[in-house]
Design a protein around this ligand. Sequence first.
Ligand SMILES: CC(C)(COP(=O)(O)OP(=O)(O)OC[C@H]1O[C@@H](n2cnc3c(N)ncnc32)[C@H](O)[C@@H]1OP(=O)(O)O)[C@@H](O)C(=O)NCCC(=O)NCCS
Length: 123
Amino acid sequence: MIKGIGIDITEIKRVQAAVNKHAQFIPKVLTPAEQAQLENLSGQRYWEYISSRFSLKESFSKAMGTGIGTQVGFQDISFINNDLGRPEVFQSIFSGRAHASVSHTDQLVMTEVILEEGSDGNS
Ligand SMILES: CC(C)(COP(=O)(O)OP(=O)(O)OC[C@H]1O[C@@H](n2cnc3c(N)ncnc32)[C@H](O)[C@@H]1OP(=O)(O)O)[C@@H](O)C(=O)NCCC(=O)NCCS
């Protein structure tokens, strides 16, 4: 059963500006596991990865129905790309399964998160 869906569009340039202005942006938004994956990236892929993690967490918070805040924080969820590049969700604030998808252009990142519970989920 679907508990919620969330989508988000993020401008890569805005994320670049935030990272360049605020040294704490990356450790605030990316978990240690995501920061470790980021270390292997450079150029446009580096900025896409940061932007997509930010956007995925916005999408997750919308699927939860809370927004980012006290109930869902950036450090509560990790989106780690598997060997094929698919983002896999690691989180403990929702008891079911979370599914994620990402798409980019040069300037934009779009993400979607679907939360599933019940017979096919884990709750
Ligand atoms: C809910 C949230 C994720 C929306 O993000 P946003 O970037 O402000 O706006 P978006 O254009 O992506 O999304 C707006 C839409 O989100 C939806 N939305 C708003 N609150 C929502 C909620 N609690 N649950 C699900 N969807 C929600 C609405 O459909 C809204 O569109 P509308 O105003 O036309 O009705 C936002 O409130 C939030 O939590 N942002 C956190 C940002 C942040 O922490 N920034 C700091 C960076 S370090």
